[in-house]
Each structure stands twice: as C-alpha cells, then as structure tokens.
Design a protein around this ligand. Structure first.
Ligand code: NAD
Length: 431
C-alpha cells in the first residue's frame, strides 16, 4: 500500500521550533509541493533527508596567543544531479538547522535553473567583525583542512555567502591545493578573477534579481520607469541589485543595512552610496537622505521590495503591513511559510529565493566550467548566458505555477523536486 506524502510521519517533526526555524520553513514548502506532485513516499523520504552532515571543531591561536575553538558545519543535502554546490557563511547565528535548510535550498535552486549541481552549505560560528584578518585566515584554512575529504571539483564546491568573500575563497583554494600538491582552481567559485574566478560572478546574484524583477514587471504589466524599489541589505546582493535596477530605470527609494535605513522618495543615488559604504562601511552616517529605522524599510510604501539581507524578516507579524506589489527575494529564506499565506491573500507577487537569487550559483557554474576547461569567457558572454538562464527559469517556474494554479514559490519547488526526483528514478537505489 502506498501512502500519500502528507500521511507520512516526519520523525523529527516535534523537534522543530516553529515559524522561524529555517529547516521547518523549507520543509513546509517541500511537503506542499511534494503533495501537489503526488511524489511517491519512498522518494519523499529520500529527498527530505540530508545526505551528509559534518560538524567540526576549529582550534586556532588568536593574535593574543590564546587558543580558541570555533565550530563549523558542512551539509551535503543531495548530490544526485552532480557535485554539491553551496556557500560558506561566517556568522554568530549559524546553526546546524540553518545550514541544513540552506543546503536543501541550494539543491532546489540548482534544479530550478537546471544546472548540473546538487546542494550543500557550510558555516562557522564566529563574529568576523571581532576577528583580525590573520585570525580569519587561520579559521578558514583549518576549516578547509577539517572538511578536506568531502571537498573537490567533483564532490563539493564552496562559494561565498554572508561575511565571506573572494579573499576567503582564495584561502580555501590555496589550502585545498597545498594538500592536493597541485593547483585546483575549480574547488571553489567566487574566487578573484586573477586566479580562475569568472568575470561577472560578483554581480551575478544582483543581476539575476534585476532580471527576474524585470520579467515580473512585464508579466504584471507594470512599467519599469519610475517603479519604486526598497532594498533591505546593502552588501553584495543588495547593492548590486539596487545599482542594476537603477540602471534599468527603476527608482530606488530606500535601502538599509545593519546600521539603519535611508529614504528618498525622489530616488537615492546608488553609485554614491556604494562609494560611501566602501569608505565608511555602513550607511548610517550618509547625510544626503532621510534616515529611517532598520526594519521600517520592509513596510514602506513602494512597488518592489527586495529583502537581500537575512532569513525570516517577513513573518506573520509584519506580512499584513507589506505594501509592495512584488517581492524579489535576494536573500535566502527571508519569508516564513506563515507569511507566505498572508502575502498570497494580499495578492503580493513573490519571486521566491530559489529562483530570484539563483544568478549567483549560475555564474558559479560558469566559473567551474571555465576552470575545468581552462578557457575563460568575456563578461558580455557571461551576462548574456546568465540572462538566458534566468529568463527561461522564470518562464519555467511561472508556467508550472500557472498550470497548477499555485504561487511561484510552490511552482519553483515543484519544478525542482520533479527534476531531482527524475534523476533518482533513473539512477535507482544503490544498496
Ligand atoms: P553581505 O554580507 O555582503 O551583505 C549582507 C548585508 O545585509 C549587509 O549590508 C548587512 O549590513 C545587511 N544586514 C545585516 N543585518 C541586517 C538587518 N537586520 N537589516 C538590514 N540589513 C542588514 O551578504 P550577501 O552576500 O549580500 O548575502 C545576503 C543574502 O543573500 C544572504 O541571505 C545570502 O545567503 C543571500 N545570497 C547571497 C548570494 C551571493 O552571491 N552573495 C547568492 C545567493 C543568495
């Protein structure tokens, strides 16, 4: 007798912490999409379980001479479609549940844009703002050495995420290469261009956000010129999204970062703000705009909202107050499952994270291809190929959503689960 996925008992269900638990947020959408697909119970069990979860201790000598031990994680969620792919974040809030959820999202994201990767994620619990450059390098190298066996161009390929960057990727690549006794550029993506990085990678996530927002505006028959945008987070994703949207003709009326928010109903000057943050790090002391509270940005009167900072910022507590007509999820997991329901009732068009921010992993894939081929593309080629994939993926997701009468998020999950499940069926079960 077969059971429908909704009848299966999830053994870890009771340990979930509710709305803001990231793994629960992922799983509740997964369950709904699996049910809509009538996914067979065996595959349901396989796809809801991470393949491998690694916890490592990372001892380093601090600049003071003291020894400190940090905790690091790496989770490989699913590798049926190809090597695992996923960023590494350095943050005090990193948890195993968060890393598991992010690894699952990477699996679905790679499948949504149809690139031959599985999904993984990693994190180290630390506050990079309290660490010197030397301490960060020692953490990065020791973490790399600790997970050395699972890394590799054919097995698991990290990339930057929150508080990690090209510099960190260069250290990982060097550490891995020293252990391997030869240079292996394709072991990480998001590297500096001088050492095998791809042109266009740094801007890719923001470019993807801009492209899918453009497609959404077209679909909703909304104009580009003058459409008002608010962007939460002014790091890699937020600042590039704001800049490219401004270039497209949209009006960026508000941006925010950890230090606070800025508002100008006539449009902010994004290039100037990027310069400011480069010099002063935070937006807070910028003088040419009104200052607003850090969280006020989410409920501001605007047409497009781009959460590009953290998880769980749109919840059942504030979803009712959202005024934007389109939400483009630059961050991973910015909206809780409970908030999804409220936004849907309000008719907000949500471009889900696993589609909206997939530009980054798409150009990571290009970087991996270029490293392995030893032949590098010019920037227009990278951008053109990215645009083709983002537009096609938007259409695929919108098509799935339209056929099933569901929102884009569940459409994206269904498309992804269907693609991953198809490979599992073809490969069969090795026992
Ligand atoms: P980043 O570290 O470069 O920037 C994060 C930004 O968020 C900073 O400006 C920070 O000040 C701001 N921030 C932190 N807390 C905030 C708060 N409470 N309110 C407002 N702003 C706040 O990180 P990033 O690479 O831009 O990543 C941002 C998000 O995008 C993350 O969820 C990440 O997982 C996701 N993402 C990143 C990429 C990528 O290529 N970098 C790809 C896909 C998804």
């Amino acid at each position: 007798m077969t059971m429908a996925p909704q009848d299966l008992i999830r053994p870890d269900k009771d340990t979930f912490l509710g709305e803001e638990n990231p793994f629960e947020a992922m799983m509740s959408r997964f369950d709904y999409a699996a049910q809509k697909l009538s996914l067979d119970p065996g595959l349901y069990k396989v796809l809801r379980s991470p393949e491998k979860q690694i916890i490592v201790s990372i001892p380093i000598v601090r600049d003071s001479g003291e020894v400190e031990v940090f905790t690091g994680y790496r989770v490989l969620y699913n590798t049926s479609r190809g090597p695992a792919k996923g960023g590494i974040r350095f943050d005090t809030n990193v948890t195993l549940d968060e890393v598991k959820a992010l690894a699952a999202w990477m699996t679905w994201k790679c499948a949504v844009v149809n690139i031959p990767f599985g999904g993984s994620k990693g994190g180290v619990i630390c506050d990079p703002f309290q660490l010197s450059n030397g301490e960060l390098e020692r953490i990065t190298r020791r973490y790399t050495a600790a997970i050395f066996e699972i890394l590799g161009p054919d097995s698991d390929v990290p990339a930057p995420d929150v508080n990690t960057n090209e510099r960190v990727m260069a250290w990982i690549m060097d550490t891995y290469s020293m252990h391997k006794r030869h240079t292996v550029t394709a072991v990480v993506t998001g590297k500096p261009v001088e050492m095998g990085g791809s042109l266009g990678r740094r801007e890719a996530t923001g470019r993807g956000c801009m492209l899918v927002t453009r497609e959404a505006l077209k679909r909703l028959r909304m104009p580009i010129e003058g459409t008002r945008v608010a962007v939460q987070g002014f790091g890699n994703v937020g600042s590039v999204t704001a800049q490219l949207m401004e270039q497209l003709g949209l009006k960026i009326v508000a941006v925010s970062d950890k230090s606070g928010g800025l508002y100008n109903p006539d449009g902010l000057r994004i290039r100037e703000l990027i310069q400011h943050v480069r010099q002063k790090r935070f937006l807070a002391d910028y003088k040419e705009a009104d200052h607003i509270g850090r969280d006020e940005i989410l409920t501001l009167d605007c047409d497009v909202l781009v959460p590009a900072a953290l998880e769980n910022v749109i919840t059942s507590k504030n979803a009712n107050d959202i005024k934007a007509k389109i939400i483009c999820e630059g961050a991973n997991g910015p909206t809780t499952a409970n908030a999804d329901k409220i936004l849907e009732q309000k008719g907000v068009f949500v471009i889900p994270d696993i589609l909206a921010n997939a530009g980054g992993v798409t150009v990571s894939y290009f970087e991996w291809v270029q490293d392995r081929g030893g032949f590098f593309w010019d920037e227009p080629t990278v951008n053109q190929r990215l645009e083709r994939i983002m537009v096609e993926s938007f259409d695929d997701v919108a098509g799935m959503a339209g056929r099933h009468g569901i929102n884009l998020r569940i459409g994206a999950y269904m498309l992804a689960i269907e693609r991953v499940a198809a490979v599992h069926r073809l490969r069969g079960m090795y026992a």
